[in-house]
Design a protein around this ligand. Structure first.
Ligand code: 13P
Length: 276
């Protein structure tokens, strides 16, 4: 199956009234577990890795494994750079063949975020890769460092989309990366306001710990890509405990990633059966 573009995956998800799970990976076994889940449930997913999680040279190695797994899968799989912060890393991901990249300028003033995002749009165009950006600020960074959660303003979102034309927009509505302290309170009215004047797919970051009801509401309101990272990493860490040897440990990690992905894909919605 050719590697899928995020644009097509999100358009199909919109038609089928579901969301696409975008799962962060950090090893070959995690990649395999998530692709197995997609195949068992006959539903496309996105594999992603965040720039901050990568050491020097790791993008080429892990990225090659993500791309190979996507190519040999029976399901359409997108390969995505999550929270790209530098043009160098985004360029490298595009050259490797990633089908989408996120530029995270959410901590910049809005006009600067727009300007930098437009540079990434230019960079991605010849690769036909999709671009995700962020407004507002998702609480905590994707590596768990403290950072304030700043709820996006609807009028800023509409202005951002008009000025950039990004393929997907992460909108901070009270969500946070990592483990939530107390139940998250998501401000869905921000999306409802934006929907009056735009129909760009939204992205929900900080998926770990969000309730099933909120996942459904988010998907209904056009959050068509939902990111999951911490749940997989925690399940893998727990599964690795007590393994007799290295090989048992990596198999357990694969199985844990598969279970976490299956659990979330079922909540986000499985792909409609094809007519024969
Ligand atoms: P969690 O770690 O909360 O699942 O968030 C994942 C994410 O949004 C990665 O960008």
């Amino acid at each position: 199956m050719p590697i899928a573009n995020m644009r097509d995956l999100l358009a199909e998800a919109r038609r089928e009234k579901r969301a696409v799970g975008s799962f962060s990976v950090s090893s070959i076994n995690m990649i395999m577990g998530i692709v197995n889940a997609a195949e068992q449930l006959h539903t496309p997913v996105i594999l992603q890795v965040a720039e901050k999680r990568l050491r020097d040279g790791e993008l080429a190695i892990l990225g090659a494994a993500m791309l190979a797994a996507a190519k040999q899968s029976s399901q359409p799989i997108g390969v995505h750079l999550d929270h790209g912060e530098t043009i160098e890393c985004i360029r490298r991901a595009l050259e490797l063949g990633f089908t989408s990249v996120m530029y995270d300028g959410s901590r910049l003033p809005l006009e600067e975020n727009i300007c930098q995002t437009n540079k990434v749009m230019e960079l991605a165009r010849p690769f036909h890769a999709a671009v995700e950006a962020e407004i507002g600020s998702v609480g905590k960074t994707e590596t768990g460092q403290a950072a304030p959660a700043i709820c996006a303003k609807p009028e800023e979102g509409v202005h951002f989309l008009k000025e950039t034309g990004v393929d997907a927009l992460a909108v901070a509505i009270g969500n946070a990366h990592g483990v939530y302290v107390g139940a998250p309170h998501l401000r869905f009215e921000v999306l409802e306001e934006m929907l009056k004047s735009c129909d760009t797919p939204f992205v929900l970051h900080g998926g770990t710990g969000i309730s099933d009801a909120d996942f459904h509401r988010a998907a209904q309101l056009g959050m068509l890509k939902i990111n999951i990272a911490t749940a997989t990493f925690m399940a893998a860490t727990q599964a690795a405990q007590g393994a007799q040897d290295y090989f048992e440990m990596i198999r357990r990690i694969e199985a844990a990633a598969e279970q976490v992905a299956m659990h979330h894909i079922r909540i986000f919605g499985v792909k409609a059966k094809e007519e024969v």
